[in-house]
Design a protein around this ligand. Sequence first.
Ligand code: NAD
Length: 476
Amino acid sequence: MTDVQQMQPAWLAGAWKETAKSFPVVSPFSGEVVANVADCGEQEARLAADQACQAFSEWRGQTAFARAELLERWYQAMLAHDQEIARLMAQEMGKPVSEGLGEVRYAASFLRWFAEEAKRVAGEFLPSQSARKRLWILKQPVGPVYAITPWNFPAAMVTRKVAPALAAGCSVILKPAEESPLTALYLARLWAEVGGLPAAFQVLPASDPAPLSRVLMADSRIRKLTFTGSTEVGLMLYQEAAKTLKRVSLELGGGAPVLVFDDADLDAALSGVLTAKFRNVGQSCVAANRIYVQRDIYAAFSKRYAELAEQLKVGDPLRPETQIGPLVSRQAVDKVKRHLEDALDRGATLLTGGRTEGLTVWPTVLADVPREALAVSEETFGPLAPLIPFGSEEEAVQLANRGQAGLAAYVWTRDLRRTLLTSEALEFGIVGVNDGVPSTANAPFGGVKFSGLGREGGHEGIAEYLETKFVSIDLP
Ligand code: NAD
């Protein structure tokens, strides 16, 4: 039997466990089966929940310093295996290896940051009106956590949730996306190798997320849901979570606007907007989705932007020089095509791209896209860049704030007044000013409006996994 035919077991109840069924993970570039993975359902979910509860009492009992030490070792192990993880991501979801190596560093940085934060979870003593009373506030882990992650950042979306949860003293059951379970299972292997408490972190791949999720969502012992994915699924899970009053963190869809003002450093804006759009082939929740450029510089910007997009190297994600790999699925390709055709039908001009082969879509730039086009009003999640001219600063902010998304927005300007006023006026959780890659482990990441609830990273990230307890002590 080859490796591919052998079932990759789930990391369940502190051990590697095979299941009755398995499902294939298929490379979006070659179409070949990369692995067959254990397919977890209701039975595995019940076992995982019992184990997560047991592990929780043990894990929370360890000192913050001991938990921090383990996270730090896990961080080192991830960096030591960066090539393997980047290759796995390239195989299972098509991210170019060069970019995958960057994701490994970013993903690992959450382990280190929350190892540090674990040691800074502190309570307080409050002044009391009564000389006899002492008012003690303490922070405690919320309990076992159910985490659901998407395929677009198979390593970082996992560590961004699991690191703060474990740092706070919670146990975690992770359900990775069906497209990208291999990276998550590899992280579990490293967790076990560095001596992590086995059942404090469990990974349950599933071809169908619903049956397993129903069990965990209905279990009142699971105290927290943390989800990253589409707004549609997030809203459904939010309603489910209400039935057992779970704490909820939701990182949902983006649709980021970009505002390029005429006082911007044009070279910096071109390169920043290129990264903000085409990183991960546009499959990022903070990806630039609609690019508004001020009228005076619109023609020059459009021409040069299309030239730069055309130079991006398209190909096999396993080759080191590749910058643009395949999209994750046929549906993803169809969505890009639908947005492209809709924009062209409405009178947009194709400056470059539009070509498709298999699941690969060449970087595509459209000029003069009408504001009602699907590529502007919906999240494309692919390598399609619609350019739209605007006149005044006020109009730009109004256009940016249109719609339900509120995750990330970008501004290119050298004007301080404009920097401050637009940053304040934009209804988004993250604003990148002259910065196309604003996310970092030590800052809070998350959205407003229909882009989510709660924050990951920063001091806020660990607070999502802590309860506040008030102890009032009347001295005898
Ligand atoms: P998706 O919602 O289809 O899937 C995400 C996860 O939810 C997967 O693990 C999937 O198996 C699971 N899921 C789907 N249906 C479920 C159900 N009924 N019960 C339980 N789990 C279920 O999203 P996607 O298309 O894979 O991911 C892309 C979306 O994620 C985009 O909208 C993107 O903006 C968003 N995203 C947001 C962030 C953020 O931080 N805000 C980060 C990455 C991706």
